[in-house]
Design a protein around this ligand. Structure first.
Ligand code: ZN
Length: 472
């Protein structure tokens, strides 16, 4: 073993000259977030600084040199539980050079970068310490929720589960629940100081997981289990690794108008889907791991043209399922909260861009509206929101169970009572076409909906009689 330093300089190495021209900035506070595979330290600064980071072995340490900075906070207040950090020390090496030493119980790989001020924060220096294999401490469980929620094992290195349908298999339907934002990204702010979207989304996500797990045949998997940041692409990747049949992202965003209120559900836009198909095809890495989810289509052995067609079909199928499940969730939410829009909206949100997993984004309300913010923070409203989302998901999967699942088995055994279905009339659809689609007579469709003629409007909701299901 080499004695002394195995030095990895990361970030910007400061020049002596630069230090002289930079006015001293204060390190006003230090925040720490523990994620399942890394620890993030955020230094809040009164102005920009230059910095360098290097690692030392035996014992393991990280040294962060910050030039043009003075420490104006107490480092002893950081909560280091569940992290590989055993201590944080500092020394003012000169009037304008601060050294922070992080003592570690295990080796880590550091990454550091500066962040410019945004709405919520000023200048920041971010140091991410990635666990090296096999040395990851247990993931953080928020103590307040741990009592009511079973611990969720987080194993990011786990290989994707095999999803080939087993004849008469009875696997669980997996719902990936993505609590929006987290850690350094607080999301939208409530009018009351200290209330952030990231806390509301996690609370609703955990409640939704509890309700989903309470129903046989379903399993809820949290994408984010605590207060830490996950990049958007990583969120869909985690869902795919967990073998998700559906991805649900939970949000409670702000609107420019404080008066805006109501819940909404989003699916990916047609345009977003088209551009995402192109992006996936352009990315050689993606081509090799497609498509393990709903379609079980491997693109490895297909030529580019055929791969494009298959991917497009998968994207279209996912999108149509997303709109279907989204409408069911929205209808159920409509009975417990105001709706911002009555139809599923479509947008190019990044987290919705899985070509193989139906994905929806639920805006549970506007946290910027004082009245809604207050409701969103109450446990009873969080439970009601989760219940309406869970009901919509259950309705969708009882009608469309993936092969090889317990719910598909129940349906095949005739153990699911046929439920009446709803159909929202789309542009270009006639009553005859809809009757044909559900394999029912035109007369029955007319009488069920008290229609005298065949005139229907775009956006009109039709009841589809339950005999349609029995006939399948
Ligand atoms: Zn959000």
């Amino acid at each position: 073993m080499r004695i002394g330093a195995l030095v990895t300089a990361v970030g910007v190495l400061w020049a002596a000259l630069a230090a002289e021209v930079l006015a001293a900035s204060d390190v006003r506070s230090v925040r720490l977030w523990r994620a399942p595979d890394n620890t993030r330290l955020v230094f809040d600064l009164s102005g920009p600084v230059q910095h360098s980071v290097f690692t030392l072995a035996a014992p393991n340490r990280i040294v962060i040199d910050v030039s043009g900075a003075k420490l104006a906070t107490n480092l002893g207040q950081l909560s280091l539980a569940n992290t590989p950090i055993t201590g944080v020390r500092s020394a003012q090496r000169s009037a304008e050079e601060l050294r922070v030493v992080i003592d570690l119980s295990a080796p880590v790989t550091p990454k550091s970068f500066a962040l410019a001020p945004n709405q919520q924060y000023g200048h920041r220096l971010v140091v991410d310490l990635f666990d090296q294999n096999g040395s990851a401490p247990a993931p953080t469980q928020a103590p307040s929720v741990a009592a009511t929620t079973p611990p969720v094992p987080v194993t990011p290195t786990q290989p994707p589960p095999k999803l080939t349908p087993v004849p008469n298999g009875k696997r669980d339907i997996v719902i990936a629940i993505d609590a929006g934002h987290g850690g350094e990204d607080p999301g939208a702010l409530a009018p009351v100081k200290g209330q952030y979207e990231k806390h509301v989304t996690l609370a609703i996500a955990k409640e939704l997981q509890r309700q989903i797990n309470a129903e046989k045949g379903f399993r809820g998997e949290l994408v984010r289990t605590g207060d830490y940041f996950i990049p958007l692409r990583k969120r869909t990747e985690i869902a795919r690794k967990k073998g998700a049949d559906l991805f649900v992202s939970i949000h409670a965003d702000a609107a420019p108008r404080a008066a805006a209120f109501g819940a909404s559900v989003y699916a990916l836009s047609e345009r977003g889907a088209t551009s995402e198909t192109a992006r996936w095809l352009a990315d050689a890495e993606n081509q090799s791991d497609l498509i393990g989810g709903a379609g079980n289509v491997s693109l490895d052995d297909k030529d580019k043209m055929l791969a494009g067609v298959l991917l497009d079909l998968s994207m279209t199928a996912s999108l149509s399922s997303s709109l279907n499940v989204g409408q069911k969730v929205l209808s159920n939410m409509g009975s417990i909260t105001s709706l911002h829009k009555r139809r599923v909206e479509q947008a190019g949100f990044m987290v919705l861009k899985s070509p193989d997993i139906p994905s929806i984004l639920v805006e549970t309300g506007f946290i910027s509206n004082p009245n809604e913010a207050r409701k969103l923070h109450t446990a009873s409203h969080q439970q009601a929101l989760a219940r309406s989302i869970q009901t919509g998901i259950r309705q969708f999967f009882r009608e469309n169970p993936p092969p090889g699942t317990y719910i598909a088995w129940l349906r095949d055994e005739g153990k699911i009572a046929p439920a009446p279905r709803e159909h929202v009339v789309a542009r270009g659809e006639s009553l005859a076409l809809i009757a044909q689609r559900y394999q029912i007579s035109l007369a029955l469709l007319r009488s069920t909906n008290n229609l005298n003629g065949d005139v229907i409007k775009v956006g009109q909701t039709l009841q589809i009689p339950a005999t349609a299901l029995a006939a399948q």
